[in-house]
Design a protein. Sequence first.
Length: 308
Amino acid sequence: MPDGSQDFKWDILRAEKSNCRHNFKLCYLYVNVVLWGTASTDESELGWGFKMTMKKGYSKEWWKELYALRYENGWRESLAVTVAQTDFLEKVLNIRKETAVLDLGCGDGRHIIEFAKRKYENVVGMDYSFVLLKSGMAEAGRKKLSASFVCGDMLSPCFKCRFDAVYMMDISFGLLSDKENMKALNLISGLLKPQGHLLLDLFNLQYIPKLLKKDRYKIGEKTFIVENAFDVLQSIFTVNTTVIEGNNSYEYPKQKIKVYSYGDIEKMFREVNISIKAVYGDSVNPNLEENKFNTNSFNMTILGQKAF
Ligand SMILES: C[S@@+](CC[C@H](N)C(=O)[O-])C[C@H]1O[C@@H](n2cnc3c(N)ncnc32)[C@H](O)[C@@H]1O
């Protein structure tokens, strides 16, 4: 159990709304699934029926809408990728039944669900998007799995308990401004127990030129045109997506991701008392011996450890 005596689930349930920027709390019980959720006014403005305004009025904080939009438009990671990444996380973070783990920016909870299938009870997912969490909750309900989700902002996490490990998969770190990313890192360090681990699954800066292309793909009746760009001066990767639906077309909010180098992360970690223990090149490869980080690696997946 985290902090020795405390019961993990009670701690999650006690996630204080006073510490959150959200203004009310919901508690859902779906078969074996429990969601301790909070919802912000922003999200309710977007529609509690989970309908999103698609064509106008995007906030500067594009991530508040984009991931839910993509999900609603049918975008999913394959189960094989999720299973391999969960194998990877299990190994790298040495996750055991009693390990308290936070999946930060968990999206639709694909890793949480996989951990639930493996009977891990002390893993909780947190995300800003209630739309994504709701889909994770429904999926866990369909599979009769017990899974925990918290809706909240990584810039104001509302946990009292401390975690043995925090992970952020599929580039959930780097979506904010430099200042906010640093603030998030500081808060994450505060959520870790002494010697706790942090795993960040990031873009590999060296691999970026290979991603600068235009792709076209179809999901159902919709055609997606995806064009990537990179601002070398600011080290910001941008994804522009146009959706064509019948005779209509519209653009998603631009996805902007800060791409940090290994040296940047090392420096940022140092500021929050975390040291790098390992770096891997592919979060889908659980074979740690062959999983080397180099210029051809798709990912830069960094494992850090908090000092005492
Ligand atoms: C690239 S997705 C990754 C989702 C998930 N980790 C996965 O591997 O499928 C990034 C996620 O971070 C969430 N996110 C972005 N900014 C956030 C914030 N400030 N607080 C909490 N979650 C945030 C988004 O809602 C989105 O679900």
